[in-house]
Design a protein around this ligand. Sequence first.
Ligand SMILES: CC(C)(COP(=O)(O)OP(=O)(O)OC[C@H]1O[C@@H](n2cnc3c(N)ncnc32)[C@H](O)[C@@H]1OP(=O)(O)O)[C@@H](O)C(=O)NCCC(=O)NCCS
Length: 156
Amino acid sequence: MTGTFSVEVLRKGVEERDIDAINSLVAQLLGKVKKGNKRSSQNRRTVTLLQEVAAIMVVRNGGSIVGLGIFSEKPTLTHKVGWIDDLVVDENFRRRGVGEALIKAMIEAGKDRGLERLNCTCRPEKVPANNLCLKVGFKFIGTINGTNFHTFEYGS
Ligand SMILES: CC(C)(COP(=O)(O)OP(=O)(O)OC[C@H]1O[C@@H](n2cnc3c(N)ncnc32)[C@H](O)[C@@H]1OP(=O)(O)O)[C@@H](O)C(=O)NCCC(=O)NCCS
């Protein structure tokens, strides 16, 4: 599997078939299996997230989720800003363009919503994630409390 990937937005609940894949990706994101992170609790958490955030975006391979990212908006009185969180691709599917497809879909989502900026943070040691942000046009703003801060400016 290489090439162009279609990105799907999870809109209603999480299907039973997706729970294990999401759990596995969460464990890879954290570098460990979170204690007490059972299927049911992860399912509840994901369903709650769906109600709270703009979109959970996923890429599938043969029906199974192999990558995901969360796109959300944090409007303030003065700015329309979006955030990317929890971007992760299954380790068996990395370096094939899945992460790039996801982040580009989130940039497009922000454009559609008229955002001024889209932010993404990652620790400096997460070299693939930092490189990915720079590749798709994010600017490195600086390191704040040990976390690299990247922003994508939409322009007027
Ligand atoms: C970051 C991550 C999502 C990238 O996903 P991916 O599908 O492997 O990335 P892609 O194949 O789309 O790569 C796109 C670009 O990202 C960068 N990149 C990806 N993997 C890289 C690696 N191992 N080393 C250096 N750069 C890398 C490159 O710029 C690459 O472009 P190129 O192929 O032209 O060099 C993935 O490595 C991951 O899940 N990491 C663990 C979780 C994580 O750190 N998430 C970020 C939290 S802030």
